[in-house]
Design a protein around this ligand. Structure first.
Ligand code: HEC
Ligand code: HEC
Ligand code: HEC
Ligand code: HEC
Length: 439
C-alpha cells in the first residue's frame, strides 16, 4: 500500500505528466521482437547516421557489445546446466525462473509471430512492448511523449530506470535470486545504476538534441536515486513474508555474503559504528544505506538522521532480536522511498558533488568500508562522482585522469570479493584523497 502511494506521488511530482510506468515485463502491450526494431533503416544500421536524432545503429551495439543480447544463451552454458541440475529443474532455458530475467519473458498472448524468446534481454525488455507505439514511431512524426503515451517505457527518467534495471539486477515481487539460487551456483549480483548505465554500453548519445527531447539526469543524481531504490527494494524484500524468509532463517541473499563466506584463519573483525553489532554477528548487506548516509548528510540531513537511527535499530532487531525486523525493514523502506523523491527533485550542483566525495572519504577513515559490498559500492560511487565533476567543468582532464589513476587502486582492492582486505582499500582511499585537487 505504502509503495503504491509513494510511486503515484513521485510520478506526479517528477515524471511530468507521464503516466505511472508499468514495467515492460508486466504491461499489457504485445512485444514484437528484436527483429522488428533491427531493420537497416530503423535501428539496425551498421554505422551511426549523421542526420538523425538517434544513432540508428542501436541493434549493432546491442548485439555485438551488450551482454543483454547473450542473456538467453548463457542459460545454455555449463554453469546454467549445473544450476538447473542443483535446483532440480529440467532445463535452465525453459525454466520460467531463469527466463524471467534472462529474456523478454512475456506471456504467450503478448508475443507477436516474429517474437523470439532466444533474443534474450531485447529492446522491448527495457523500452516496452512496441505494438501500440511502433506505427507512429516509424512515421517519424511522433514526439517522445507521444511514444510514452502509447506504452513506451520512460527509460530516460532515472527513477523509472532504477525500477527497471533493479527488477532484474536485484529482483522484485515476481522474480528474485535467492540464496538457494546462489548456493546452486548463480553468481553474486552487484549493481550501481550510474555505473551500469555507462558500461551497458550506451547505444545512444546524450547531446544537445537529446536534451531537447528528454530528461538528462546528471550521473550523481542517477547514482543517488539508484542507491535509494536499491535500499527500498531490499528492505521491501526483507519485510515480505514470501521473500524475506527461508525456513527458520531470513533470506540470506539480503545479508552481507562475506559475513559468512570468508576464511576463518584471517581474523579481520573491527567494530563499525553504523551497525552497533559485536563480533560474530550475521550482518544485513547495508552497503546502500552507507552510501545514503553520505548523500543525505548533504542533501537531506533530517531524513538522513532518521535513516541512520532506523538502520541501526534494524541491525539490532535482526541479529539481537530486539524489536521486530519486519517493522524495522518497513520503516527503512519508507524513508528510502521518501529519499527517491527528494533526490529526484534535488538540483545536484558542483558543491554537492564535492561534499559527497568528501563524505565518502570520511566514511572510509571512520572504518565504514570493513565489508566488501560497501567498498565495492564506494568505488563505483567515487568514479561516478569524479565523472560528474569533470562534466560540470569543476576539474580538467588532467585532474580527472589523476583521480581515475588513484581510483584504479580501489578497483584493484575490490577485484576479488573473497580476498578483500579492508586495509588495502583504506590505503587506496588515501590515494584518492591525495589526488583530489583542493576545489
Ligand atoms: C532476478 C533476476 C534473475 C534470475 C531469476 C536469474 N538470473 Fe541469472 N543473472 C541475472 C543477472 C542480473 C546477472 C548478471 C549479474 C552481473 O553480472 O552483475 C545474471 C547472471 C547469470 C549467469 C552468469 C552469466 C555470465 O555472463 O557469466 C548465469 C550462468 C546465470 N545468471 C544463470 C541463471 C539461471 C540458470 C537462472 C535460473 C535458475 C537464473 N540465472 C535466474 C539475473 C537473474
Ligand atoms: C537493458 C535495457 C535496454 C535495452 C535492452 C535496450 N535499451 Fe535502448 N535505451 C536504454 C536506456 C537506459 C536508454 C537511455 C535513456 C533514454 O534515452 O530513454 C536507451 C536509449 C535508446 C534510444 C534513444 C536514443 C535517443 O537519442 O533518444 C534508442 C533509439 C534505443 N535505446 C533503442 C534500442 C534498441 C533498438 C534496442 C534493441 C536492439 C535497445 N534500445 C535495447 C535501455 C535499453
Ligand atoms: C529483463 C531483465 C533485465 C533488465 C530489465 C536489465 N538487465 Fe542488465 N542484465 C540482465 C542479465 C540476465 C544480465 C547478464 C547477462 C549475461 O551475463 O550474459 C545483465 C547484464 C548487465 C550488464 C553486464 C554486467 C557485467 O557483469 O558485465 C550491465 C552493465 C547491465 N546488465 C546493465 C543494465 C542496466 C543499466 C539496466 C537498466 C537500464 C538493465 N541492465 C536492465 C538482465 C536485465
Ligand atoms: C548466514 C550466512 C550466509 C550468508 C550471509 C550467505 N551465505 Fe552463502 N552459504 C551459507 C551456507 C551455510 C552455505 C552452504 C554451505 C555448504 O553447503 O557447504 C552457503 C552456500 C553458498 C554457495 C555454494 C557454495 C558451495 O559450496 O557450492 C554460494 C555460491 C553462496 N553461498 C553464495 C552466497 C552469496 C553470493 C551470498 C550473499 C548474497 C551469501 N552466500 C550469503 C551461508 C551464508
Amino acid at each position: 500500500m505504502i509503495r503504491f502511494f509513494a510511486f503515484v506521488l513521485f510520478a506526479a511530482l517528477f515524471a511530468g505528466n507521464a503516466p505511472a510506468a508499468t514495467l515492460p515485463h508486466y504491461g499489457t502491450d504485445v512485444h514484437l521482437g528484436v527483429a522488428s526494431c533491427a531493420g537497416s533503416t530503423c535501428h539496425g544500421a551498421v554505422e551511426p547516421w549523421k542526420n538523425s536524432t538517434v544513432l540508428q545503429n542501436e541493434y549493432v551495439t546491442w548485439t555485438r557489445r551488450d551482454k543483454h543480447a547473450k542473456a538467453y544463451e548463457v542459460l545454455l552454458n555449463d554453469r546454467s546446466k549445473r544450476i538447473a541440475r542443483n535446483l532440480g529443474l529440467p532445463d535452465a532455458h525453459t525454466a520460467q525462473l531463469c527466463l524471467d530475467c534472462h529474456a523478454d519473458n512475456v506471456a504467450a498472448d503478448k508475443r507477436s509471430k516474429q517474437f523470439q524468446v532466444s533474443d534474450g534481454v531485447g529492446c522491448e525488455s527495457c523500452h516496452g512492448g512496441a505494438a501500440r507505439w511502433l506505427g507512429i514511431h516509424v512515421s517519424g512524426q511522433s514526439t517522445h511523449q507521444d511514444n510514452l503515451n502509447l506504452g513506451m517505457y520512460p527509460t530516460a527518467d532515472p527513477v523509472a530506470r532504477a525500477q527497471l534495471c533493479l527488477s532484474c539486477h536485484f529482483g522484485d515481487e515476481r522474480k528474485f535470486v535467492t540464496h538457494r539460487l546462489m548456493g546452486a551456483g548463480h553468481p553474486r549480483m552487484s549493481f550501481e545504476l550510474d555505473t551500469f548505465t555507462a558500461i551497458q554500453p550506451a547505444h545512444y548519445r546524450v547531446d544537445a538534441d537529446y536534451a531537447k527531447r528528454k530528461t538528462v539526469a546528471p550521473g550523481v543524481q542517477t547514482w543517488a536515486i539508484g542507491q535509494a531504490m536499491a535500499l527500498a527494494q531490499s528492505m521491501e524484500a526483507l519485510a515480505d513474508p514470501k521473500r524475506g524468509r527461508d525456513g527458520i532463517f531470513p533470506e540470506l541473499v539480503l545479508f552481507d555474503c562475506h559475513a559468512c563466506h570468508h576464511s576463518m584463519s584471517e581474523l579481520r573483525w573491527q567494530p563499525r559504528s553504523s551497525t552497533g553489532l559485536g563480533p560474530g554477528a550475521v550482518r544485513l548487506n547495508d552497503a546502500n544505506a552507507i552510501m545514503l548516509a553520505a548523500i543525505t548528510k548533504r542533501v537531506a540531513p533530517e531524513l538522513g538522521q532518521r535513516l541512520t537511527q532506523q538502520v541501526t535499530a534494524l541491525h539490532a532487531a535482526v541479529s539481537q532480536g530486539r524489536g521486530s525486523a519486519t517493522d524495522g525493514a518497513k520503516s527503512v523502506a519508507e524513508i528510502a522511498r521518501q529519499l527517491i523523491s527528494r533526490f529526484a527533485a534535488h538540483n545536484f550542483g558542483r558543491e554537492d558533488v564535492q561534499a559527497l566525495l568528501g563524505a565518502l572519504l570520511a566514511q572510509g577513515r571512520a572504518g565504514e568500508f570493513q565489508d566488501y559490498a560497501a567498498a565495492e559500492q564506494a568505488t563505483m560511487a567515487m568514479s561516478a562522482l569524479a565523472a560528474t565533476l569533470r562534466q560540470l567543468g569543476a576539474i580538467d582532464d588532467k585532474q580527472h585522469q589523476a583521480i581515475t589513476a588513484a581510483l584504479a587502486k580501489c578497483y584493484d582492492a575490490t577485484q576479488k570479493d573473497e580476498s578483500y582486505k579492508p586495509r588495502a582499500f583504506a590505503e587506496a582511499l588515501a590515494g584518492v584523497e591525495a589526488a583530489l585537487p583542493r576545489l
